[in-house]
Ligand binder design. Structure first.
Ligand SMILES: Cc1ncc(COP(=O)(O)O)c(C=O)c1O
Length: 368
């Protein structure tokens, strides 16, 4: 018998969520964002499942893209942070990697590299997030230089990224959309009428909540894994199905008397005579160490609160109110019945981080 700690990855939920993205924006193509090991789910496995349906993949850097090619993934792969050295330009052109372009240094590398094939470039403009992208007034000049280069495919995509599309009432998203529309219109009037200017704005929040941000290309990430990034419950968000179920088992049970303390630092004290179950999962398996006493887990379908500090390989939970708990019973840390976003809140973080921190040690098992 192996240690029972595992992350089940539901193939059908992943495909379902992709379908939701497609149905919400039926006229858009999608770049499925699978950086950081597909937000902890396993990039190669996720890419293999999505490859038949998606138009392209998005990763942070060329190392992540190469890992996918080596594993036999053939669809285009967009490098979201673009190039980190000039050598990467020729490799990308050869391997059919697409690149985001953020700055003058990257432009110079692209224009002066020796490419065997033209490279597909996404020119990123900073419309208000102030993290990446050329300034609005640089767009026309950058675009014209790219268009004139034999190293660059003529279908250059103008793109931007939202700062706060997850917040329904934040006016900055409208401001970003308006500016992006103006820049696109100005660019189009400055180019020959037959020049195609494809565009891309929406991440998951944009797809779920900002239909006016849907463009030729959308870039769904977090929603593919079945959780909503939005700051409130919405019908669209409710359509998503969590892909990862993180689970383990009870490996020890004990009675503690009222007043006795549990775990490292003795930071949980029994307020009554209690039954404590020890579960084979800890921060070494991706369960957040910072999770507070009271963080929910599920034992036999019933909530059991965390009782005591998270150890590297174990947690302790209060099962006093759950009938007939035995060693070997299944414990769910997050999944369809216990959203990772809820657990993350108890650990002062967000679902994105909790999922992405899943270490290699935790076995991913593809189901259904
Ligand atoms: C440029 C870009 N597009 C799309 C995404 C996907 O965002 P989300 O996971 O919120 O859908 C990211 C993620 O950080 C990103 O950096």
């Amino acid at each position: 018998m192996a240690r029972p700690t595992k992350a089940l990855i539901s193939k059908s939920a992943l495909l379902h969520n992709y379908n939701v993205a497609q149905q919400l924006a039926p006229n858009s193509n999608n770049v499925a964002i699978i950086k950081a090991n597909a937000y902890g789910h396993g990039a190669v496995a996720v890419a293999q499942i999505l490859e038949p349906v998606v138009q392209a993949f998005g990763v942070a850097c060329i190392e992540e893209a190469l890992e996918l090619r080596v594993a036999g993934i053939n669809k285009p792969i967009l490098l979201l942070e673009g190039f980190f050295s000039k050598e990467e330009v020729a490799i990308a052109a050869k391997m059919n990697f697409w690149t985001m372009l953020d700055n003058q240094r990257q432009l110079d590398w692209i224009l002066t590299a020796q490419c065997s094939k033209p490279l597909k470039v996404w020119l990123k403009v900073d419309t208000g997030m102030h993290r990446l992208g050329v300034q609005p007034e640089q767009v026309n000049d950058f675009y014209q230089q790219l268009l004139a280069s034999d190293n660059v495919d003529n279908d250059i995509i103008l793109t931007t990224h939202f700062a706060s599309a997850d917040e329904g009432n934040n006016p900055s998203t409208e401001t970003q959309i308006t500016l992006f529309n103006q820049l696109t219109a100005t660019l189009r009037t400055s180019l020959a009428s037959d020049t195609l200017v494809s565009t891309s704005m929406a991440n998951s929040a944009g797809i779920l909540d900002w239909p006016k941000a849907h463009r030729d290309w959308n870039r769904p990430g977090f929603m593919l894994y079945g959780n909503s990034p939005l700051d409130r419950v919405t019908d669209n968000g409710l359509q998503l199905k969590p892909v990862m179920t993180l689970k383990s088992e009870v490996i020890s049970l004990r009675e503690v008397k009222s007043g006795q303390k549990v775990g490292y630092g003795s930071n949980w004290t029994a307020a009554r005579d209690s039954q404590i179950a020890t579960v084979a999962i800890g921060y070494g398996d991706g369960y957040p160490r910072i999770a507070k006493n009271g963080t929910p887990t599920l034992v036999n379908g019933v909530i059991a609160p965390l009782a005591g500090r998270v150890s590297m390989d174990m947690i302790t939970i209060d099962v006093t109110d759950i009938a007939d708990v035995s060693i070997g019973d299944e414990v769910i840390l997050w999944g369809a019945e216990l959203p990772v976003n809820d657990v993350a809140l108890h650990a002062s973080t967000i679902g994105y981080e909790a999922l992405t921190r899943m270490p290699l040690r935790t076995k991913r098992i593809i189901v259904d």
